[in-house]
Design a protein around this ligand. Structure first.
Ligand code: VGL
Ligand code: ZN
Length: 194
């Protein structure tokens, strides 16, 4: 069954920032490969007049998730830095909604809904179904998807436009199964109606 977009649909592109891509400070192997397909999804939603959101990790220099502060990650996505910028090959429309998360030192936030006002913004636009892809499958994607489901949205995961970090070999696969168990639907770009 082909999928057609309707007026309740929105696209959320997660964390396609330089630091998560080749030569970045927390480079995710294979991350660059999903950029062309994400651009296809973005163009498709844009052509169908559907709103497009792009989340970004936007940390202070002394963020609690950094190894220097006792956290698990190398410093990454410091607000305003080149590493925090969206990848140059990602084609976002001028009217894309940018959602910055984990912006205060004290708390990490993997979900695009965490302290960002994203839910209120989606509600104001009467969005009921979210399509999402990006990085990283087992962190920001998984948390964003599960929050969205919890909040009552239908969620469609762009299976051909996500990438896991896989600190442990099966982290991405386990996260995918977890999202499926919670009710996410998986699609590939070819399933969108022409
Ligand atoms: C993320 C690790 C640290 C993500 C963010 O975007 O999935 N992962 N900060
Ligand atoms: Zn982070």
């Amino acid at each position: 069954m082909k999928i057609s977009l309707d007026s309740g649909d929105a696209l959320i592109v997660v964390d396609m920032q330089n630091d998560f891509l080749t030569n970045g400070r927390l480079a995710v192997t294979g991350g660059d490969k999903i950029i062309p397909l994400l651009n296809c999804y973005i163009a498709y939603f844009y052509a169908n007049n559907r709103p497009i959101f792009a989340t970004r990790d936007w940390h202070p220099p002394d963020h609690c998730s950094f190894v220097s502060q006792g956290g698990p990650w190398p410093p990454h996505c410091i607000a305003g830095s080149t590493g925090a910028a969206f990848h140059a090959e990602l084609v976002l429309p001028a009217d894309a909604h940018i959602v910055s998360k984990a912006t205060s030192r004290e708390a990490d936030a993997y979900s695009g809904f965490s302290g960002t006002g994203l839910h209120e913004l989606l509600q104001s636009l009467c969005i009921t179904r979210i399509f999402t892809g990006g990085i990283a499958t087992e962190y920001c994607i998984r948390h964003t998807v599960k929050d969205a489901l919890q909040l009552g949205y239908s969620v469609v995961l762009l299976e051909d436009a996500i990438q896991a970090i896989n600190r442990q070999p099966h982290d991405g696969a386990l996260a995918l199964q977890d999202m499926i168990d919670h009710g996410v639907r998986l699609i590939h770009f070819q399933e969108l109606a022409a």
